[in-house]
Design a protein around this ligand. Sequence first.
Ligand code: AMP
Length: 176
Amino acid sequence: MEITLQEVKDSIRNIPNFPKEGIQFKDVSTAFKDNRIFKFVVNELRNHYINLGITKVVGIESRGFILGSSLANELHAGFIPIRKPGKLPAEIFSQSYDLEYGSDSLEIHTDALSKEDVVLIHDDLLATGGTVNAAVDLVKKFGVTNIHINFFVELDFLHGRDRILSNVPVWSLIHF
Ligand code: AMP
């Protein structure tokens, strides 16, 4: 049976006030537990990027690993994890970024990419854009110039897209 984008959207569970008061948390696990929807989403992402010569999909810990690894496989590209501090065992580049209160950082292995790579950064969701901007900064440390960004879900009302460098194409499958 045909799946519609509305069906995918409806499969994402909304949890009010998680992890703190005022946040409407989009729980994508309820979409991924249905194989018909999971397959459809991977296929839509694949179709969008299949002709762009992507050589590496860079997934952001941890929900960015779920679709990111399937997508890398579909695109015949390698998969690279960007992780929270202290998780990667070899030499790393680190990038800090501001949160609402305080700051956090992300890490990538220094031998993960080369400047010739065509990189697709993937995360499950775009909110304010702070996380993905740190990921772009990490990828740029390798001299990579051809970068694309993909999200499964984008929260349009937070305008995170406006904070991303204008020469990096951004595409999301589902918008709230
Ligand atoms: P941001 O840096 O504000 O764009 O936040 C993006 C990261 O935080 C992603 O890795 C998301 O998984 C997570 N995130 C932020 N807001 C939400 C939300 N409302 N629902 C689910 N995940 C969120």
